[in-house]
Design a protein around this ligand. Structure first.
Ligand code: SF4
Length: 178
């Protein structure tokens, strides 16, 4: 009779002179996906309760002009060279990038925004996106290195291993360091 209730069970604890915070309690009956969602919701609520007001979406994710300026700068800057502009017709983009990295074209093509450490596709960032974020080639995310909405099938010269960012707490951490 308690199974539904247990699916959404949380435990409330209170520290003296501090706000009440909610602790997530695992239950056997909850699916792993619901467990993950529940954990995210509780994390967000705790941020609010503890006074770390939830951060707004990054400005460029909501301001088209700023986003376009940052993207265009990232395309032009010699040390960034975001691209290829058209993933179906990349021209010499991958050849040039491979030369720059002193690697093969094949290897260069494996270093994409989609697996870059700065590529943010966390749940909270998805809510900052203007609408549908995926197409046949991949998906849109937010680049914390150059501050614009970039596409998982593109890349740039500052690519770094370790992504994408999928957890809200890591997304907030990048934002807090901007
Ligand atoms: S996400 Fe990474 S690879 Fe893509 S533009 Fe940003 S820094 Fe470059």
């Amino acid at each position: 009779m308690y199974s539904n209730f247990l699916d959404y069970q949380t435990k409330i604890i209170t520290f003296s002179k501090t706000p009440t915070i909610y602790i997530y309690v695992k239950t056997k009956t909850m699916s792993s996906e619901n467990r993950r969602k529940k954990s995210l919701i509780i994390e967000r609520n705790n941020r609010k309760i503890l006074g770390e007001s939830e951060m707004n979406c990054p400005e460029a994710s909501e301001n088209l002009k700023l986003n376009t300026e940052n993207r265009d700068k990232s395309i032009k800057a010699e040390y960034i060279k975001y691209g290829p502009l058209n993933v179906d017709e990349p021209g010499n983009y991958w050849v040039d990038l491979a030369k720059h990295w002193e690697t093969t074209e094949e290897a260069a093509k494996k270093s994409l925004c989609g697996n870059c450490v700065a590529f943010d596709i966390s749940e909270r960032m998805k809510e900052c996106m203007p609408g549908k974020t995926s197409d046949g080639d991949g998906e849109l995310g937010y680049c914390w290195m150059h501050n614009f909405k970039c596409h998982s099938a593109r890349t740039c010269r500052t690519w770094a291993k370790g992504g994408p960012i999928t957890e809200d707490k890591i997304s907030y951490d990048w934002q807090s360091r901007q």
